[in-house]
Design a protein around this ligand. Structure first.
Ligand code: SF4
Ligand code: SF4
Length: 135
């Protein structure tokens, strides 16, 4: 199975080699979409973790033991439906169809967070700041 995770590292954990341990000690495959780690401050990591359910559970327990906050429902990119005016400018720039127009009658934009790979292209082209990044 594969699980998407958004990890937040407090200052005390920014030096921890967590990806190394997840791979070596818990047999997990890691696909990092985006990372920002500022030594002695804080860090964010957005990744896919693949492995058996048991190995993912053990790896998650390891992360929790390090005081790393795990968010497996949110991602680093947010779409604000209240700010979006459905102009469609972002859609051709989205490489995965995470932003799309599913209904050609209403022409309203939909955001599928599962498909987002955090490339940030939409943020650069949105004139209304309807898409933003957590970090
Ligand atoms: S960050 Fe990239 S993949 Fe995600 S919605 Fe924006 S353009 Fe699409
Ligand atoms: S560019 Fe911005 S305002 Fe236009 S559809 Fe995309 S998210 Fe909405």
């Amino acid at each position: 199975m594969t699980k998407k995770m958004l990890l937040y590292f407090p200052e005390c954990e920014t030096e921890s080699p967590i990806v190394y341990h997840l791979v070596k000690d818990y047999n997990l495959m890691i696909n990092i979409f985006r990372a920002r780690v500022t030594p002695e401050e804080e860090g964010y990591l957005v990744l896919d973790v693949s492995g058996t359910e048991e190995d993912i559970r053990r790896g998650t327990d390891y992360l929790n033991s390090l005081n790393i906050q795990i968010n497996d429902t949110d991602k680093g990119v947010k779409w604000d439906s209240k700010k979006c005016v459905h102009c469609g400018s972002c859609v051709p720039h989205c490489p995965t169809d995470a932003l799309s127009i599913p209904d050609r009658k209403s022409m309203e934009i939909a955001f599928n967070t599962d498909e987002c790979i955090e490339c940030l292209s939409c943020i650069k082209v949105c004139p209304f700041e309807a898409v933003s990044s957590l970090f």
